[in-house]
Every structure is written in C-alpha cells, then in structure tokens.
Write a protein that binds this ligand. Structure first.
Ligand SMILES: NC(=O)c1ccc[n+]([C@@H]2O[C@H](COP(=O)([O-])OP(=O)(O)OC[C@H]3O[C@@H](n4cnc5c(N)ncnc54)[C@H](O)[C@@H]3O)[C@@H](O)[C@H]2O)c1
Length: 315
C-alpha cells in the first residue's frame, strides 16, 4: 500500500484524506495543533458513512477507509516513505514558504510536494528550495471527494515528470486533473468563476436583474448543461456545424455586449447591500449552517447521478 502524507488537517486536508484513502492509499496526517489530526480522522469516519450508503466508496466500507488514515506525531514522521505530500496549511505565503522548506528537507528526492493553495502561485513559495523541481500546486474544489476537478499548476522550474506523477495520482484517486501549461493568478477555475461573478454583480449593480434571477439563470439554465459539458463543448453543440459555425453566427452578438462589460464593480460597494438584503431575505444568517449541509447532500446526489449517467449514457 503506497503512502500519502497530508500536512494540515483543516477543511481541505481532511477532505483530501477521504479522497486518497478511498483510492486505497495509506494516509499519514500531520497538523501542528495537537489533536487536530485525530479530529480530522473522526470527521473522515463520520463522512465515510453517508458516502458508503450512497455507493460513493468504490464498494469499500466506511470503517476500512477510516482505518487507512492515521495521525502522525511530526511532519518528518508523516513524510517517511510517502510517495506524495499534499500541503494544506493556511493561505499565507510565509507559512507555505516555511512548510515547503521543512518538507523539502526531509522528503525522499522522488516525492512530489503539492500545495492545495487556492490563489498563491507556486513560484512564490518554492523558488528557494533545493528540490524546487518536484514542487507544484494541486488545487482542489471543496470537497475533492465529491468534486473531481483539480488544477495541477507548475512553477517555471517544475519538472514535467513531477506534474505527470501528480496527474497519475489524481486520476488514480478519481479526480479530473486540469493540467495548466504555466502559472497565472486564479489558475483556471477562479478566473472562470471570477468572470461570471463580476458580470453577476454588474447586472445587479446596474439594476438589470435581481440577485435571485441571476441565480435562476445559472441554476435552472446554463449550469444544467455545464454540469456535464464545458463552455467549449456547449457551443460546439449549439450550432449545426459545430464550434466554427457557432462563432461565425454569434460572435457579432457577443461583440456588441463586451463594451458594456468593461467597467469594474466594487463587490463590497453599494451593490453588496442589495445582494446581502436579497440573500438574507431568502436565507436567514442563522440558517446558513443547515444550508451548507443541504448543499453537501445535493452535491452527493449529483455525484451519484453523474456516475450513473456516465455509465449508462456515456461521457
Ligand atoms: N476551504 C476551501 O474551500 C479551499 C478550497 C481549495 C483550496 N483551499 C486551500 O487549502 C489550504 C488550507 O485551507 P483550509 O480551508 O483547509 O484551512 P483550515 O484553516 O481549515 O486548515 C489549516 C490547517 O493547517 C494547520 N496548520 C497551520 N500551520 C501548520 C503547520 N506549519 N504545519 C502543519 N499544520 C499547520 C492548522 O492547524 C489547520 O488545521 C489553503 O491554502 C486554502 O487556500 C481551501
């Protein structure tokens, strides 16, 4: 059984533990806060039960999965014999620089060192390391055991052999790797999400639509296709002759829009009052935790559906 080390056992570290353990890896979990790794393992055990019930554990029992996740007493002990290290410490460049230096000093030379960072470029915390060629970013969407996409981002000095190892591990763990050719702020997914959010705020700020109607446009419209096709495949199927035909037919229409999309919106400005008022009218702040659970259950149901549909209808 190959071993994966997980450093930092908060929201993302514990979620990665479930994903990798489900794929059959032995997990060594280290957190600098005493008792945190044990709490993360208890979380993984609790979460494994509904995953097992939904058939999302590849036929394994929740107990078998939880038994593969063990706490480590030190970073060095966690990394001992690990083929891959997934770092999940707080989103702070100084912390990442320090933790990566510690990991690089003790990890075997062939071990890949990956960070879950959402928004720090890999070149910002790996350049000073002797083993910088085996460092990269492997950025998941929370929680990776339900949302497969993961961005694999190289620094300019990352060895392609390391990104290839990360890609193979992601696939073996049921993730869908996005192989970035080079680093850029926001990687791929936050850039796409940012573009959509900026337009959503602009439509509300400029008084064209309500917050709820923007959500309907995605929830009951675009996202139905996007939950199994990307924007490029969507347009490839939206004109009889495919993507080329689509661009010839519709580029004019989109070109007309872009002029009115150029001004920035301050998300924390006046528009936030409107968004906050409309959201809180629909969902009281006190009900947010319950709604988080609802979201996770819907995600689980969607994961089950997507697997079934992919098997029965094809991908
Ligand atoms: N929360 C998300 O939705 C999300 C999604 C994708 C990626 N990420 C990224 O994952 C990383 C972790 O985020 P999170 O939400 O899990 O944070 P978190 O605060 O829940 O967890 C961080 C954990 O790291 C531990 N820690 C701090 N310093 C440490 C050290 N030196 N050694 C070992 N453990 C240490 C803390 O005790 C804590 O348990 C961040 O880089 C974040 O950007 C978060």
């Amino acid at each position: 059984m190959e071993k994966i080390a997980i450093i930092g056992s908060g929201l993302i570290g514990r979620a990665w533990a479930i994903s990798f353990a489900r794929a059959g890896y032995e997990i060594s979990l280290y957190d600098e806060v005493a008792g945190a790794a044990e709490r993360a393992i208890a979380f993984a055990r609790d979460m494994a039960a509904p995953l097992e019930a939904e058939g999302l554990l590849e036929g394994q029992s929740a107990d078998a999965l939880a038994a593969r996740i063990k706490p480590a007493g030190s970073l060095e002990a966690a990394l001992e014999g690990a083929i891959h290290v997934q770092e999940n410490t707080p989103e702070d460049v100084a912390v990442k620089q320090r933790v990566f230096a510690e990991m690089d000093a003790v990890a075997a030379p062939e071990t890949v060192l990956a960070s879950s960072t959402s928004a720090i470029l890999p070149s910002q915390f790996t350049g000073h390391l002797k083993g910088r060629a085996r460092c990269l970013v492997m950025h998941p969407i929370n929680p990776p055991y339900l949302v497969p996409a993961v961005e694999i981002v190289p620094a300019p000095w990352t060895d392609p052999a390391a990104t290839e190892k990360a890609r193979q591990l992601a696939i073996a763990s049921g993730q869908a790797p996005i192989m970035m050719k080079r680093e850029i702020d926001g990687f791929v997914m936050n850039r796409l999400q940012g573009a959509l959010l900026e337009e959503a705020f602009r439509l509300v700020a400029d008084g064209y639509a309500s917050v709820e109607d923007v959500d309907v446009g995605i929830r009951e419209g675009l996202a139905l296709r996007w939950s199994f096709m990307g924007p490029f495949e969507t347009i490839d199927l939206n004109a009889p002759g495919g993507v080329k035909d689509y661009c010839e037919r519709y580029q004019q229409l989109y070109s007309r829009l872009f002029g009115s999309m150029q001004h920035r919106v301050d998300w924390t400005g006046e528009v936030l009052q409107t968004v906050e008022k409309e959201r809180r009218a629909k969902l009281a702040a006190a009900d947010l935790p319950e709604r988080h659970q609802w979201r996770d259950r819907r995600l689980m149901a969607l994961a089950v559906h997507k697997r079934k549909a992919a098997k029965e209808i094809g991908t």
